[in-house]
Design a protein around this ligand. Structure first.
Ligand code: AVJ
Length: 324
């Protein structure tokens, strides 16, 4: 089997070499924060796959429904191009696009990019079996690393896509930076397809991040296990509880880990000792909920002109196709 088509993005792009600076920075500021990307070790990616199947977690199946219905139309609009997916994970929803592009646009290349090497390898192997004639080049790395690499690598027409409302993890400033990097990576005429969760009543949103089976809580807590493993931390998972609330003013879900005892945590290789108060919380994720018109303006400001917008009948989730 061809595992060699999963490539690590590292070294010569001054890249990954995760030195934990972001962890030090986040845990020494007030209030404390941890970057959401630390959710996704292999266990975290597995838990996220389980979240996607939860009855309360509507985004995945809603977006999948939109893709099922409109993938052919998307392929017809863009015509033949290479497909490049940021944060591909299990690539489950991607199947709709791959099928449509194979049928209508003579698809030759798919580049899935993910920070979690385990899940990427498994999904590349699966896809290679299902699409034996498709050239699949998996890349393991951060979005930033991938976009730098893509920018220096322009050949044929491309569509970069970013599904699942992963853009919701960025605050406005980070989102601005991300869209600049996307725009920089694209050539004039290339496409960008963006999936985003839309604003809706608080009870629906909070239920989606506080599921009955406690999978989201396990996903949140798993970040501490990941840090324990990667940075020899001694977080005691029993001393923390999961909380997710919808911040109406900022239209974003905020996920926290609450410490219910005052205690010290150390991460030796980082030379870091952190004191947590009883009741203190660490922000582990924001998940912004968007307005389609505002997002179109933001894309436009980065030279990404909207070609078409799709939503589901309830307008819970949106897809914007734009062109550089
Ligand atoms: C992968 C960032 C889109 O924000 O809904 C799911 C992650 N966190 N449940 C989201 C997540 C808690 C998810 N994104």
């Amino acid at each position: 089997m061809r595992t060699e088509n999963v490539q690590m993005l590292t070294a010569h792009h001054q890249l990954i070499k995760n030195d934990g600076d972001d962890v030090i920075q986040g845990l020494t500021q007030t209030p404390k924060i941890l970057p959401s990307k630390y959710f996704y070790d292999d266990r975290g990616s597995e838990l996220f796959e389980q979240i996607c199947e939860l009855p309360e977690y509507y985004p995945t199946r809603t977006e999948a429904g939109i893709l099922r219905e409109y993938a052919n139309e998307i392929a017809q609009i863009t015509g033949k191009c290479e497909l490049i997916e940021l944060g591909s994970g299990s690539s489950t929803k991607t199947i709709f696009l791959l099928d449509a592009y194979q049928k209508l646009a003579n698809l030759s290349k798919y580049v899935p990019i993910d920070i979690s090497g385990g899940i990427l390898k498994v999904s590349v192997l699966k896809l290679q079996k299902k699409y034996p004639n498709l050239s699949i080049d998996g890349l393991v790395g951060t979005y930033e690393q991938a976009l730098i690499k893509l920018a220096s690598n322009a050949s044929s027409s491309r569509m970069v896509f970013f599904l699942g409302s992963s853009i919701g993890n960025f605050n406005p400033q980070e989102s601005d930076k991300f869209l600049s990097q996307v725009a920089y990576a694209l050539n004039p005429g290339d496409y960008f397809l963006l999936g985003m969760d839309l604003q809706k009543p608080k009870d629906i949103l909070e239920a989606a991040y506080n599921d009955n089976q406690g999978i989201t809580a396990a996903f949140n807590l798993n970040m501490l296990s990941h840090l324990n493993g990667q940075f020899q931390g001694n977080f005691d998972l029993n001393l923390f509880t999961h909380q997710a609330i919808y911040n109406q003013a900022d239209t974003q879900i905020e996920m926290y880990l609450h410490s219910h005892k005052s205690h010290w945590v150390s991460l030796e290789p980082l030379d870091l000792k952190v004191f947590l108060e009883s009741g203190e919380k660490i922000l582990t994720e924001i998940s912004r909920k968007f307005d389609l018109a505002i997002m179109q303006k933001e894309l436009e400001m980065h030279g990404l002109r909207t070609l078409k917008v799709w939503t589901d009948p309830q307008q819970w989730f949106g897809l914007i196709l734009c062109q550089a």
